[in-house]
Design a protein around this ligand. Structure first.
Ligand code: ZN
Ligand code: ZN
Length: 303
């Protein structure tokens, strides 16, 4: 094998390695950088033990409105019951400064608070769930909690306290536990977020119609004013549990990350093949054997 053949083989190997690495690693990288995950893909980050075998739940709160241990334990039990996580770690991180609080919160306020206070990022073995406990109310009335962005939950603790006071017997943590699990359920893609669910409430999108009995994913918490109230559910109904199994097995359709990867892979192959074509040994005419046809004059002509 001469030097050219060696170079050609090297170019072929580099091209193959490049194509292989790009095809396997680039889509995930683009998805992570661009946060292009669909709800079910976030759900799978919670449900499966790969790539994240542990869950860090980061709690930030306004002083005086911290999460109760009962609610935190309820959520932890739900995580152990329905996901493959081997460990749940609570991080009671930071108090929200009073100057950052307000009576009414909008999307903009929430984003600013999360940017300021969220301190854990998913990576390595750890998935992160971020929970923010606030004092005031959401801009719309009677909102107890909300979830967004695949890994963020906001709990409106003052509103929860107000609602619990309307009943004769409910404690704030009864409602708080239910709201916390409910919002986590939305992050698990319930109900019908990116898939067809036959028990989604026709009136309230992404909520359970409770056709199989009481469910934490129902659209609202019912409290009987001034009377005895049954604490709201803190667990998923059988139909929502079946949905979780379905969500575990959902697969992604090709998206922008696969398109970019395909372009890069094809580009890499074209360059690699181009180099190989350049390196193909050309015929060297200087070493060719010249076959000469010589004419011999018969000098003895006429003799
Ligand atoms: Zn909801
Ligand atoms: Zn349900």
């Amino acid at each position: 094998m001469n030097r050219r053949h060696g170079l050609m083989a090297l170019v072929a190997v580099i091209t193959a390695v490049f194509v292989l690495l790009t095809a396997t690693a680039l889509p995930g990288y683009i998805r992570e950088v661009g946060d292009l995950y669909k709800p079910f893909e976030y759900a799978q980050m919670y449900l499966e033990d790969h790539p994240y075998s542990e869950l860090i739940i980061e709690y930030d709160y306004v002083p005086g409105f911290e999460p109760s241990h009962i609610a935190m334990n309820t959520l932890e039990e739900v995580v152990y019951r329905y996901t493959d996580k081997r460990e749940v770690i609570h991080r009671m991180d930071e108090n929200v400064a009073l100057r950052d609080t307000r009576a009414v919160y909008t999307e903009e306020h929430i984003h600013l608070l999360v940017d300021n206070y969220k301190s854990h990022q998913r990576g390595g073995e750890s998935m992160v769930l971020y929970v923010l406990y606030l004092d005031g109310a959401w801009k719309e009335e009677n909102v107890l909690g909300l979830s967004y962005g695949g890994d963020r939950i906001v709990i409106f603790m003052q509103t929860i306290i107000n609602v619990s006071r309307r009943s004769q017997n409910l404690q704030p943590h009864d409602i708080e536990s239910s709201v916390l699990v409910h919002e986590f359920g939305h992050l698990l893609s319930l109900v019908g977020r990116g898939y067809q669910s036959d028990h989604e409430d026709p009136e309230y999108r992404h909520h359970c119609d409770e056709s199989a009995g009481p469910c934490v994913m129902a659209a609202d918490v019912e409290v009987s004013v001034g009377r005895f109230s049954v604490p709201p559910p803190t667990d998923f109904c059988t139909l929502c549990r079946e949905d979780l199994e379905l969500i575990r097995h959902m697969k992604d359709d090709p998206g922008i990350e696969e398109l970019i990867t395909a372009v890069v892979v094809v580009g890499g192959m074209v360059i690699g093949i181009g180099w190989i074509v350049v390196l193909v040994p050309k015929k060297d005419h200087s070493e060719e054997e010249y076959i000469l046809y010589t004419e011999q004059y018969r000098k003895d002509f006429g003799k």
